[in-house]
Design a protein around this ligand. Structure first.
Ligand code: PHE
Length: 447
């Protein structure tokens, strides 16, 4: 256990941990599908442009604010401008609420890893697999137990502290994740008939690329980079004062994009090779893919590797959400790390129970707009709290803290050359807030 707040052992450790936060379920089940559905290559190019101009800009801003204040998200805003503290508070609340359903999905991944290992998943009929999936997530006790297992793993890592727990876990899990996704991608692309899938993914089809695709790309950039909910502020607060923040701000999105594209190549060609249709979200990972693996030569082995890598991605994202809450309790409430982590995990479990139950016995209970607890939390965080948090962050860094002071933090007080500064200043003050405001408003309009 470390003294005080703790710090990353190295810049590399920080970059891996931040990439661990960014690389998650969003890369593995959302990116491949929305790419294919929104015109393939045309969507990828748009995604990359938005990532370059907005994603990197906001990433650098969050890390800089964290390192400048050396505090959790709430404390960071408060230290710069007392009146803005609530924005940081909202970011931490967002992280907490995301965990209420992320932990449930984490449990599903463990269950599928177990079933893949024991051979219980060897059906090639998506209808049967779909029924089995629906039966499991609505079963009550069993998904709750798997959720608890997932939370215990997060607990064990986060009580270990920054360098001893979170950094260490990422240093083991992330390289394995990179290796595994390359293995599965090669397997998938070398199957007979894989070309069809690669075409669906990347061939630019401008007739499918519409305004909606542009917005989908923007939303995906923010979610995938874990921006707008205090995780990168928190992780940035453990970076040492000599580190090159601008460089990290580029490397993390690069790694995240690499995994997203590899995920596309690992999943979609295999889906096409066995004559299935790519579906969205949970259906893709938990229903279509088990059918794919059951037909693939040595499919069980590749299935185990695949669910392991999904689990690693989920764990390294979840611990960043937990840490955003834990850091607040440590900094502001002066709690010891063990107590802060225990309380956070306990609170998340209490909220995860209705999230999980809303898939079964409590599916009739709707919070609003006909949404059960799980879907309501997903909607509230992804469509409202994340964009709002991102928008306020840009205004805060660009106008309240000010680009001059931010530049000083990013260049380590002028010690580092940063020729990108004028571009970054312009993007954070004008382009990013405007663009996010547009996604926010259009995203809320009824479809
Ligand atoms: N970035 C993660 C993903 O792509 C999701 C996430 C969002 C994690 C927000 C933490 C915070 O799946």
């Amino acid at each position: 256990m470390e003294n005080g707040r703790g710090q990353w052992m190295s810049s590399f450790g920080f970059v891996l941990a931040a990439a661990g936060s960014a690389v998650g379920l969003g890369n593995l089940w959302k990116f491949p599908y929305i790419t294919g559905a929104n015109g393939g290559g045309a969507f990828v190019v748009t995604y990359l442009l938005i990532l370059l101009f907005l994603g990197v800009t906001v990433m650098i801003a969050e890390i800089a604010l964290g390192r400048h204040t050396q505090l959790n998200a709430y404390g960071a805003y408060k230290k710069v401008k007392e009146k803005w503290a609530w924005v940081g508070g909202m970011a931490i609340l967002t992280a907490f609420l995301i965990m209420s359903y992320y932990s449930v999905v984490g449990g599903w991944v463990i269950k599928y890893l177990v079933d893949m290992t024991t051979g219980a998943l060897s059906s090639n009929d998506p209808a049967a697999l779909g029924a089995a999936f629906g039966g499991f997530i609505g079963a009550g006790a069993s998904p709750l137990i798997y959720m608890l297992v997932f939370m215990v793993i997060c607990f064990v890592i986060v009580i270990g502290g920054i360098s001893g727990g979170i950094e260490k876990a990422n240093k083991i899990l992330m390289p394995l994740l990179f290796l595994f996704i390359i293995i599965v991608a090669i397997r998938s692309m070398t199957l007979p008939g894989a070309a069809e899938g690669i075409k669906w993914l990347f061939a630019p089809d401008f007739s499918k690329f519409t305004g909606a695709g542009f917005l989908a790309a923007m939303g995906q950039v923010f979610f995938s980079l874990s921006l707008g909910m205090g995780a990168m502020i928190t992780y940035g607060s453990y970076v040492d004062k000599e580190a090159d923040l601008a460089k990290s701000g580029w490397t993390i999105p690069l790694l995240d994009t690499f995994v997203a594209i590899m995920a596309g190549l690992a999943i979609i060609p295999a889906v096409f090779a066995f004559g299935f249709e790519p579906s969205q979200g949970a259906g893709l990972v938990f229903i279509t893919l088990p059918a794919v693996f059951s037909q693939m030569p040595a499919g069980q082995l590749f299935g185990i590797i695949f669910f392991l890598l999904v689990l690693f991605a989920a764990i390294t994202s979840a611990i960043s959400l937990v840490e955003a809450c834990v850091a607040w309790l440590i900094d502001e409430k002066k709690m010891a790390r063990v107590k802060a982590t225990s309380l956070t995990i306990l609170g998340i479990i209490i909220f995860a129970i209705p999230a999980s139950m809303s898939m079964g016995a409590w599916s009739g209970i709707h919070l609003w707009m006909g949404l059960g607890f799980f879907d309501a939390m997903d909607f509230l965080t992804s469509n409202i709290m994340l964009p709002l948090g991102g928008l306020l962050l840009c205004i805060f860094v660009g106008w309240v803290w000010g680009t001059e002071k931010a530049d000083e933090e990013i260049t380590n007080g002028g010690k580092l050359q940063w020729s990108y500064a004028p571009v970054w200043n312009f993007l954070i003050k004008y382009v990013a807030p405007l663009a996010i405001a547009v996604i926010f408003v259009v995203g809320l309009m009824p479809k």
